[in-house]
Design a binder for this molecule. Structure first.
Ligand SMILES: *Cc1c(COP(=O)(O)O)cnc(C)c1O
Length: 402
């Protein structure tokens, strides 16, 4: 392809998007065509280092040979069957997820918001079964939480810009302050059926919940008979260097939701739960046409096995530690704080992150913000130290000329 035609093609794609796609995404003026590991190329042949991994999704990077092999071989057998039949990959995946977590049972969904939507329904049914004579329908979430865009999950995502146009939302949602142990008793009451929390808040700016806070939450939920739901859609499955972000404090939830990296980029979500919780759900109470299909589950099995390996996870911890260190050593007056765990790092800036994201794209970096002034670094988990060095060199250039 000559430079001329690729340029034209990219321009035509961007024009076509404007004309034919509902305009809810503010996209960078980049048309991506292919990738390899941590690298991605655009239609002009320009190379980028990917430090956002499709928003914490592409855990194994791009064009992974192992994933491609599983996709090809499973697609020649079965892609979809519906949940009216048994298939091995779904049961295998549930077996793996439960064997390696607090949970006894899994339910598969197609996305993160859908996993939380299902968790809301399960919590409502659980309260109805365990407290039949009580009004126990309240839900608690936290300031800066992000649980998704569908009506239930949106009700637990207290951001005015996201919620305002779509009210009325779910009734009985309370928004509690994050990491504030003293406030818990006031917000979590006998009317609460479930408390939703991200052990490390993603979208809201990379805020880890303190282990003490999670322990206090567990205690309060038990006192009032509410279910504790950990949303690990973004922070789960190796992102923090541990398989699950919540295990650092030793507190276990009743339900955990997963999605983003679970099939390395194919759409999937999961609700993990204890037997005690699962027991309240009966035939027909919940369902989905697509979710848990053999193709996506075969890929998720492969992704899970690769990530759930001490060597893989220690690379996340080591390279993540190195990245944090290097960011701190940047010593830029524009950096107010570096926080997070593993390869889930937030860099709080004294300026709008949009500026950094734009200049990053110019310098061959795929970056994403979290909120207005936090740079969110959530690269593929296969990241290596030379990638970090390249990022730091380019960020240094950006920060010095701000
Ligand atoms: C992205 C995200 C969701 C929503 O997932 P979708 O797949 O976009 O619906 C829910 N919770 C958390 C913590 C997330 O980061």
């Amino acid at each position: 392809m000559t430079a001329d035609t690729t340029e034209l093609t990219a321009a035509a794609i961007m024009a076509g998007e404007k004309q034919h796609i509902m305009q809810t995404y503010k996209r960078a003026p980049v048309v991506l065509t292919h990738g390899d590991g941590v690298k991605v190329w655009d239609a002009d042949g320009k190379e980028y280092l990917d430090f956002m991994a499709g928003i914490a999704v592409n855990a194994l990077g791009h064009a992974d040979a192992g994933m491609a092999e599983v996709i090809a071989s499973q697609s020649r057998k079965l892609i979809h069957t519906s949940n009216l039949y048994f298939t091995a990959p779904q049961v295998e995946l549930a077996t793996k997820l439960t064997a390696n977590s607090f949970a006894d049972k899994a339910f598969f969904t197609n996305s993160g918001t859908e996993a939380n939507e299902g968790a809301i329904k399960i919590a409502r049914k659980y309260a109805r079964v365990t407290h039949p004579d009580q009004r126990k329908t309240g839900l608690v979430c936290f300031e800066h939480a992000f649980h998704g865009r569908t009506m239930g999950a949106l009700s637990l995502t207290p951001k005015e810009h996201y919620q305002a146009p779509f009210r009325p939302l779910l009734d009985g949602v309370t928004v509690a302050p994050f990491n504030d142990i003293a406030a818990l008793d006031q917000y979590i009451t006998g009317e609460t059926c479930a408390v939703f929390i991200e052990p490390v808040q993603g979208e809201g700016g990379i805020h880890p919940a303190s282990p003490e806070f999670l322990a206090a939450l567990r205690k309060r939920c038990d006192q009032v008979g509410a279910l504790l739901v950990f949303d690990e859609v973004q922070c789960g499955l190796g992102r923090t260097g541990a398989l699950w972000a919540h295990t650092i404090g030793g507190v276990e939830p009743d339900i955990m939701t997963l999605a983003k990296p679970l099939a390395g980029g194919l759409p999937i979500g999961a609700i993990l739960m204890t037997d005690k919780v699962a027991a309240v759900m009966s035939y027909g109470d919940h369902g989905t046409t697509f979710a848990g299909g053999p193709l996506v589950c075969a890929v998720a099995n492969h992704v899970f096995d690769r990530i759930n390996d001490p060597k893989f996870l220690s690379n996340v911890t080591e390279v993540g530690g190195y990245l944090t260190e290097q960011l701190e050593e940047l010593n830029s007056p524009h950096i107010k704080e570096v926080r997070g765990r593993g390869l889930m790092i937030g860099v709080e800036l004294d300026t709008e992150v949009e500026t950094i994201v734009k200049q990053g794209a110019d310098k061959g970096l795929l970056l994403v913000g979290a909120g207005v002034n936090v740079l969110r670094l959530v690269p593929p988990l296969i990241l290596e130290k030379p990638h970090v060095d390249a990022l730091i060199e380019r960020l240094t250039g950006i920060f010095t000329h701000l």
